[in-house]
Design a protein around this ligand. Sequence first.
Ligand code: AMP
Length: 194
Amino acid sequence: MNIILMGPPGCGKGTQARRLQDKFGMIQLSTGDMLRAAVDAGTEMGLKARTVMDRGDLVPDDVVVGIVLDRIQDIDVQTRGFILDGFPRTVVQAQKLDEVLIEKQIGINYIIEMKVDEATLFERIEKRAAEMADGARVDDNTETLKKRIVVYREQTAPILPYYARAGRLDTIDGMASINDVTMQLEAVLGNPAT
Ligand code: AMP
């Protein structure tokens, strides 16, 4: 089963993607994690990405598209399926993804938006930033996280009508508790037996 999980930064997408991975066995593909790994490894791409990530902006489409579309075609991902977490983040990324999926005859079973009220999101981000004040993640500070919400609104949210028009979008309430959101996701996925 292949899934795209959409939702603004701080909505708990990563947590839910990991839960789905653990329960259903698909592989979580987080472009944020991949980029942070490149930053930690000190690769040339990582060094360039770091400045952009620190600002809360998006890494250029061609960089992200390259890493994620390569990974999608790996045999383990093909066999187990994937959960895209944090990709696509622009309409161009969504179009490139569609091109590769069509070319490689890979289907997406569900595209799910975790809808969150923006004010609540700001509150969560303040809390999360405080919890991560030890600098555990290079790009976590309150201003950066707030910037990301604006970037989501301006550059990522326009993907949603693109998918909705094609009748491909399921929307769930991302404001609910973590467990409740998991249950809503499982309901969309038809809650297959474990
Ligand atoms: P995340 O962990 O998904 O919140 O991503 C952390 C940061 O990595 C983002 O704020 C962006 O700077 C960068 N990033 C992650 N995914 C993408 C993407 N699909 N396109 C562009 N930049 C991305």
